[in-house]
Design a protein around this ligand. Structure first.
Ligand SMILES: NC(=O)C1=CN([C@@H]2O[C@H](COP(=O)(O)OP(=O)(O)OC[C@H]3O[C@@H](n4cnc5c(N)ncnc54)[C@H](O)[C@@H]3O)[C@@H](O)[C@H]2O)C=CC1
Ligand SMILES: O=C(O)C(=O)COP(=O)(O)O
Length: 319
């Protein structure tokens, strides 16, 4: 029984699948050769992350596939409904990476608040004489404590962000078109915890009142969620982080808002043209960038591997 993990798979998943008798292939087969490869090797489960596209051509062209597994959350790279109509099981690992993505949000927030993204670029370039000037350029940092964070999308990741924000002493406001109230359990290292209920508010109110905004919605079918109109209603000097999907923010409106000073800084893990952001995004001194690594921690990938292996074994009824 062969499994092709075309965007890689953590060793935990490879071992767990091997134990059940699967042969796991981790070759990175280019998109245009995928149909031939899957047929030639009689692949029963195709596992992907966000890079490989699983569209109708693969679903129609590969009759041996019984399972399409997304090691992660967003399935916008898979024609899920079409595959299910054809009787293929489509699975993902919804909770495995929530904490990791939430932690990356704060990596971006702290980076922007203290200019890490820009000072990292400039530190090696300055000589001794310029050093004092450089230090001066970075003395207007801001603290997160006591500020308001607006979470757009109060699902699994949004709620993890709220947990960390509450721990930092931030005020949390949130918008979600399905979740009315989220009960957030903030856990401490000694197993004590407190519960904080957060009622969601209309998006406009969240945009209007937040010092920091972070986006945790799936890819939107109706175009940008945050464009010029939305930037206009935000506070002057707001900061924004996008670890959801590239098309959720209008990137040219973001650049304008950064250049005008409306937005103080942005943190982006996802872009419109992945894996290559536009030059304007790439070179902007007020943007902290990561190459879609929200889920790329050892812990999240370990959980993802185990979850996929579990689900595959149970679908194919392997004890
Ligand atoms: N950067 C990365 O590596 C990762 C990115 N993601 C992205 O994060 C997204 C969110 O993940 P989860 O929190 O696990 O999903 P989730 O399904 O638990 O939460 C998403 C929330 O967004 C809300 N929502 C959807 N459209 C909305 C709208 N137009 N306005 C207001 N709320 C809206 C939903 O009601 C839901 O509560 C994923 O769909 C994926 O695209 C997920 C994992 C890793
Ligand atoms: O799980 C998700 O939705 C992600 O965006 C993670 O993407 P990746 O698996 O790291 O390519």
């Amino acid at each position: 029984m062969k499994v092709l993990a075309n965007d890689g798979l953590d060793q935990s998943g490879i071992d767990a699948l091997a134990e059940k008798g699967f042969e796991v292939i981790t070759a990175k087969v280019p998109q245009e050769f995928l149909v031939d490869y899957i047929n030639e090797h009689k692949i029963r489960a195709l596992l992907v992350r966000s890079a490989t596209q699983v569209r109708k051509d693969i679903i129609d062209g590969c009759p041996t596939i019984e399972i399409i597994g997304r090691g992660g959350v967003g399935m916008d790279n898979i024609d899920v409904d079409y595959a299910r109509e054809k009787g293929i099981h489509v699975i993902n690992t919804p909770s495995a990476s929530s904490e990791s993505v939430a932690e990356l949000v704060f990596a971006h927030l702290f980076s922007g608040a203290r200019f890490l993204q820009d000072s990292n670029r400039k530190m090696p370039l300055v000589g001794d004489t310029e050093f004092a000037g450089l230090k001066k350029a970075y003395t207007a940092g801001i603290e997160l404590r006591g500020k308001t964070i607006g979470i757009v999308g109060m699902g699994r990741i949004g709620q993890e962000v709220a947990r960390i924000a509450l721990g930092l002493g931030m005020r949390v406001v949130a918008a979600d078109n399905n979740v009315g109230r989220a009960s957030i359990k903030v856990k401490f290292y000694n197993n004590q915890f407190i519960n904080v209920d957060i009622e969601t508010e209309p998006l406009q109110d969240v945009l209007k009142h937040s010092d920091f905004i972070t986006l945790h919605v799936p890819a939107q079918k109706d175009g940008y969620m945050i464009g010029k109109n939305e930037f206009d209603i935000m506070k002057d000097g707001v900061a924004i982080v996008n670890c959801s999907r590239g098309g959720v923010i209008d990137e040219s409106a973001l650049i304008d808002a950064l250049d005008s000073g409306k937005v103080k800084f942005a943190g982006l893990d996802v872009f419109i043209n992945e894996p290559t952001p536009s030059k304007e995004i790439l070179n902007h001194s007020k943007i902290s960038l990561t190459p879609h690594t929200g889920a790329s921690t050892l812990e999240a990938q370990d959980r993802i591997g185990l979850s996929l292996a579990d689900q595959i074994s149970s679908i194919l009824q392997i004890q």
